[in-house]
Design a protein around this ligand. Structure first.
Ligand SMILES: CCCCC/C=C\C/C=C\C/C=C\C/C=C\CCCC(=O)SCCNC(=O)CCNC(=O)[C@H](O)C(C)(C)COP(=O)(O)OP(=O)(O)OC[C@H]1O[C@@H](n2cnc3c(N)ncnc32)[C@H](O)[C@@H]1OP(=O)(O)O
Ligand SMILES: Cc1cc2nc3c(=O)[nH]c(=O)nc-3n(C[C@H](O)[C@H](O)[C@H](O)COP(=O)(O)OP(=O)(O)OC[C@H]3O[C@@H](n4cnc5c(N)ncnc54)[C@H](O)[C@@H]3O)c2cc1C
Length: 664
């Protein structure tokens, strides 16, 4: 008998080839097949069960994380999975763990900042997980201001060692994931001091725990920093604290690609830019952008499927009520998020390409594209995570009361996701980095230096400062060149206006501080332009499959026009469009929502998420929401007994007292 599918009718409405869309979402047929296979592997393995996660105590949750990580490692070895498949497997296990930091930061830090001898020594052990590492940069007193870190690494020429020390309480390392209970090693960021001179922050490989007994080595104090936001969620991670009391490490454990310390204690700065010490952050920021599309897609999948099942009001002649997805307000809140998920997917793909390109150039000692790579990763990390965090909460509201239930999957997704707005660079701090980059680009416009890459549009500032939007009818907003020019003109006009205001200050740094809220808006406008332009570029590609390209065009227009509507103030105030053209964009947006509507369920099916990964009753593939909610309620431990524990001690006396009082 065929399984019941409450979404069958919705699925029939789709106007495009779903299989081809799945391939577009995955990036290629190969990626799709790999990811599909690995997702099913995880979903069918009882060790990776996660439906009881939010009920566990911290200790049980942590042990469960260790168990899953060990089991994942066993599967990776047994099935001889490639590095790519192993990464997919860990992400489908969907439980933050020390392994994220080991593979995601410790190894990349050694790869990016270590010399070839250091690679040979450390990487094989790390790849086999004979050592487990973390990334220990942030301290109790400083996270954003990396140059303000206080831990010291003082070179002792007598012994050819560094002496690592935590001179103050605020110099205690605080937050590194995997540090609290697991890591045997860390890349520690500390101020390098030779011959009494401070050379700024550098990375050092430091062993923290014994490889036989797991006990902290002498001079090391290490532990977990405590419970974090929400239940389950990021509490599976042992974010840690760490103090050094004159811990000695050999000289060759300083990561020496960027600068070296010789046997005599001489500091040598190579011609590699010192910013490469920050290289691991650039790498992780790039991965965070792709992860944002996954998290956003997950929330949107849940809210879309549930919105098609949920009915409220409007029954006619005893017929069914209206599906809430048919309310225009629901569509105007949901469909831009659906479009954003696709937009972030494509910009994530492009950013991966940019990162690969900059890495290849760095290997060939070409550092020219590093500033742009930094600005793009910082800006897009900031923009996509802020949007996604807000979107998860919006999706919860789109699911009404049931969205607040833990088994909707949304509360835990929110709790696990929101720290992305803070870690790997606070989002505002990162946008200010983008703004600095933009102001520098504007200041060089007159110098004959042609802006390239994502700032190439600034080279057409003269035209963009005075161009007029030619939209006369709603459908004129469907022209890609019209959309692009509006976004370019808005970004350049906001940048130049800010640069002019900055010029009024005698001290540019004072100006930058004073105007920082405006500068953040400039950075956002620039990042939105990047996302819109990369979506439009994607549509230039040959995209096979019936109706697939058409759907993507609709989503791209929804993405761009909803931003235009949301930031209408910017577009009108800078004179890029008139208020009437803004109204036409909104009119077009409504028409686009109607075109998305019949395809909405298929567009979230294209994410190809298993029910296991989604972890949501409201988002389950078959849409059998009510029955599952009802069954699930009875599984709650509170329902193990009919009369709750504590009744005799606390409830009964009150109830009885009430009777006595009533009798008085
Ligand atoms: C749900 C399941 C999840 C599963 C995930 C699975 C896998 C994912 C894989 C990996 C992810 C792994 C784990 C994820 C989880 C948690 C990880 C969290 C880890 C952390 O959380 S780890 C700590 C991160 N902590 C920060 O993120 C600190 C932020 N703070 C900074 O980053 C800097 O401190 C800054 C930039 C604010 C100021 O720094 P500053 O004061 O020294 O610099 P200043 O402003 O003076 O700039 C001087 C010149 O350097 C240029 N410049 C700056 N940065 C550059 C860079 N990165 N590259 C190239 N150039 C750069 C400038 O553009 C300028 O250039 P110019 O001179 O040309 O203008
Ligand atoms: C879950 C989680 C995991 C983490 N994992 C790791 C890890 O593995 N390794 C590691 O080293 N670190 C880790 N961190 C630390 C993280 O990288 C830092 O918390 C982050 O970089 C933000 O720095 P901060 O805490 O100093 O924030 P602060 O800089 O103190 O931010 C506080 C406020 O000040 C504002 N602010 C700060 N500077 C400026 C400025 N110049 N201009 C305007 N506003 C400003 C910010 O916008 C923010 O609103 C983790 C953090 C979390 C939450």
């Amino acid at each position: 008998m065929e399984a019941l599918d409450y979404h069958a009718e919705e699925r029939r409405k789709a106007e495009f080839n779903l299989d081809e869309m799945k391939i577009v979402w995955a990036g290629s047929r190969r990626n799709y097949e790999l990811s599909d296979r690995v997702a099913r592997l995880v979903a069918s393995d009882p060790v990776f069960r996660k439906d009881n996660r939010t009920m566990l105590t911290r200790k049980d949750l942590f042990k469960d994380t260790l168990r899953k990580a060990a089991h994942a490692w066993k599967r990776i070895i047994d099935l001889r999975l490639s590095e790519e498949e192993a990464n997919m497997l860990r992400s489908y296990v969907d439980q933050p763990a020390f392994t994220d930091l080991h593979w995601g930061m410790f190894i990349p830090a050694i790869k990016g900042q270590g010399t070839s001898e250091q690679h040979e020594k450390w990487l094989p052990m790390a790849y086999k997980m004979q050592i487990i590492g973390c990334y220990a940069q942030t301290e109790l007193g400083h996270g954003s201001n990396v140059q303000g870190l206080e831990t010291t690494a003082t070179f002792d020429p007598q012994t050819d060692e560094f002496d690592l020390h935590s001179p103050t309480l605020t110099s205690s390392k605080w937050w590194p994931g995997g540090l609290g209970k697991v890591s045997t090693h860390a890349v520690v960021y500390a101020r390098l001091i030779t011959g009494g001179q401070d050379h700024g922050v550098h990375g050092f490989i430091v062993q923290l725990r014994g490889l036989d007994d797991h006990l902290p080595l002498p001079g090391i104090t290490v532990g977990d920093i405590g419970m974090k936001f929400g239940s389950g969620a990021y509490n599976s991670m042992d974010n840690g604290l760490l103090r050094f009391d004159h811990v000695r490490i050999p000289r060759n454990q300083m990561l020496m690609r960027v600068s070296q310390v010789t046997r005599e204690g001489k500091f040598v700065q190579s011609d590699v830019p010192r910013q490469l010490v920050y290289g691991t952050m650039v790498y992780v920021r790039q991965t965070i952008v792709s992860d944002a599309s996954c998290a956003l897609a997950r929330a949107v999948c849940i809210a879309t499927r549930y919105s098609a099942v949920r009915r409220q009001f409007g029954s006619q002649n005893g017929g069914p009520e209206i599906q809430v997805i048919d309310y225009k307000t629901q569509q105007s809140r949901l469909f831009p998020l659906l479009a954003s998920a696709y937009a972030f997917r494509f910009v994530g793909e492009w950013l991966k390409w940019l990162y690969t390109d900059v890495t290849q150039r760095l290997q060939a000692n070409d550092f020219s594209t590093l500033p742009e790579a930094h600005a793009c990763t910082a800006g897009l990390k900031s923009m996509t995570t802020s949007v996604t965090a807000d979107a998860i909460e919006e999706c919860r509201k789109l699911c009404g009361g049931h969205g607040y239930l833990s088994n909707s999957g949304l509360p835990e997704l929110f709790a696990v996701y929101i720290p992305t707005c803070t870690y790997e660079g606070d989002n505002v701090v990162l946008l200010l980095q983008v703004a600095r980059f933009l102001m520098k680009t504007v200041s060089q416009l007159g110098s004959g230096k042609k802006p390239v890459g994502t700032t190439a549009y600034m080279g057409r500032a003269e035209h963009l400062m005075q161009c007029r939007c030619e939209v006369e009818m709603a459908q004129d907003w469907l022209k890609p060149s019209t959309i692009l020019e509006a976004f370019e003109a808005r970004a350049v006009r906001m940048s130049i206006a800010c640069a002019k205001s900055l010029g009024k200050f005698s001290n540019p740094e004072d100006g930058f501080a004073e105007l920082s809220p405006d500068l953040v808006e400039v950075a956002i406008a620039h990042c939105q332009l990047i996302v819109v332009s990369k979506f439009l570029e994607k549509l230039q590609q040959d995209i096979p499959g019936k109706g697939v390209k058409r759907q993507l065009e609709i989503l791209c227009n929804v993405y761009a026009l909803h931003l235009l509507h949301k930031h209408l103030g910017d577009f009108v105030a800078t004179g890029c469009i008139t208020p009437n053209q803004g109204a036409l964009a909104n009119e077009q947006l409504r028409l686009l929502y109607a075109q998305v509507r019949p395809n909405a369920i298929a567009l979230v099916d294209a994410f190809n998420y298993t029910d296991h990964y989604l972890g949501s009753i409201l988002g389950c593939y078959d849409g059998n929401v009510y029955q599952k909610l009802y069954q699930e309620a009875w599984k709650d431990p509170l329902n193990d007994t009919v009369v709750p524990d504590g009744y005799l001690e606390y409830l009964r006396p009150i109830l009885k007292q009430h009777i006595r009082t009533a009798r008085l």
